[in-house]
Design a protein around this ligand. Structure first.
Ligand code: SF4
Length: 399
């Protein structure tokens, strides 16, 4: 395609070289947050735009937190218009933004149903939580709409999974919080995939999102500051070990033996605990990263001394540390929050057994903090069902 000569202003070099497609040439815009810097550079070159233009756009978006092309003042008007037509930046609406007294914030993002057929049919939504702690700003990110795992104590799994979030929808959760934090000169520093969904069940989108979040020219978040939390999908844990990224891997264990685990986590039916632990050892061997075992303490269910002793034995088979999470109870469910003394006793048994065990601080208890709860309330999904709580909004302890 020959260069288009500019109409009106021949001195505008960008117009001479701008082969950004006309709107009817492309079926859908490029999702900016779904591509890393190299891919966006290549896209710009394919439009016959100079590569440095891509860097200018990233500078606006990632450094200045400006994602409206008309405000990118060092681009020509024509480039701004082309960008607005052919590149999508934020695509979500903020349906709810809650603030906790302890500084934790929670967003519910929603997306229109898309004709592309690649997104959840009924329109996607995602809960994201930002947990401040010292200089750290951790985003607890969702990877799916709903969750296929169906833990008995969690709101996200009650209605099953509605679909996968795309890479750009996962990344946009972090960007939205960067925009919120920007006026205070703060950014998201750490990511935990502990929101709605099983991240390893949406592996391709998860990894693409991680590539963008990790890319020094995009979010520049180190792999060691990113935690993937899974209920345990052995084949995908092994695949993750080969990504050559030293990501933190956390396993939602919640029970020290197979029968109890199957009662609490219906999905555990599909994957034997031994296979999960084998895959965890494999991950450690390949990456050198110690595994974190997440253990939600449910009063009288899995918080007894004998459970702690079983957990010590299990921990002796792999290099792991344990995060203990005190369940946030919700009216209508048969699960209770354990007493502080019981939590400390549980931790003590682990420590006596030489297991590195931390009790995670509960955060955002005053803002519908439980995973999936806000979404169900706002989007009316509960339809008379009880609401469960995972108590997942707590401070992750990762190295
Ligand atoms: S606790 Fe996590 S894995 Fe379990 S249903 Fe909720 S979101 Fe899914």
């Amino acid at each position: 395609m020959p260069p288009q000569l500019p109409k009106g202003n021949p001195s505008m070099t960008s117009d001479v070289t701008n082969h950004m497609p006309q709107s009817n040439d492309v079926p859908s815009p490029v999702r900016f947050f779904g591509v890393d810097a190299a891919a966006f550079d290549a896209q710009m070159v394919s439009w016959n735009l100079p590569k440095f233009r891509a860097g200018q756009i990233r500078d606006w978006v990632y450094d200045k937190l400006v994602s409206i092309p008309a405000r990118m003042s060092n681009l020509s008007r024509r480039d701004q218009e082309g960008l607005a037509r052919h590149v999508a930046f934020e695509t979500s609406a903020i349906a709810s933004h809650q603030h906790s007294n302890d500084g934790t914030q929670k967003l519910l993002l929603t997306w229109e149903a898309s004709a592309e057929g690649k997104r959840p049919a009924a329109g996607a939504n995602a809960e994201t939580v930002m947990i401040p702690d010292g200089d750290r700003r951790t985003a607890c990110v969702s990877s799916q709409v709903g969750c296929p795992v169906g833990c008995k104590f969690c709101a996200s799994g009650i209605n099953g999974v509605k679909g996968n979030l795309t890479a750009d929808q996962i990344v946009e959760q972090v960007y939205r919080f960067n925009q919120i934090l920007h006026p205070r000169g703060e950014r998201i520093t750490n990511i935990v995939f502990m929101g709605m969904g099983e991240p390893l069940a949406n592996y391709a989108n998860l990894m693409q999102a991680i590539r963008v979040l990790h890319d020094p020219q995009c979010f520049n978040i180190g792999a060691r500051k990113i935690t993937v939390s899974t209920v345990g999908v052995p084949s995908k844990m092994r695949e993750l070990a080969h990504e050559e990224l030293p990501l933190n891997l956390a396993i939602s264990l919640h029970a020290p033996n197979e029968p109890l685990r199957k009662q609490l986590i219906p999905w555990a039916e599909h994957f034997a605990l031994d296979d999960i632990l084998d895959a965890a050892r494999y991950y450690f061997d390949k990456t050198g990263r110690e595994i974190t075992l997440e253990y939600i303490l449910l009063a009288g269910v899995n918080d007894q001394p004998d459970h702690a002793r079983q957990l010590v034995k299990l921990c002796r088979t792999l290099r792991a540390n344990v995060n203990l999470i005190r369940y946030n109870e919700v009216a209508g469910l048969p699960f209770g929050r354990p007493r502080g003394d019981d939590v400390l006793r549980f931790q003590e048994i682990l420590r006596d057994g030489a297991v590195n065990a931390h009790v995670r601080k509960s955060r955002g208890r005053d803002i519908d903090a439980a995973c999936g709860q806000l979404r169900r309330e706002k989007l009316g999904e509960q339809a008379g069902e009880v609401i469960a709580a995972s108590g997942n909004v707590s401070l992750p302890v990762v190295s």
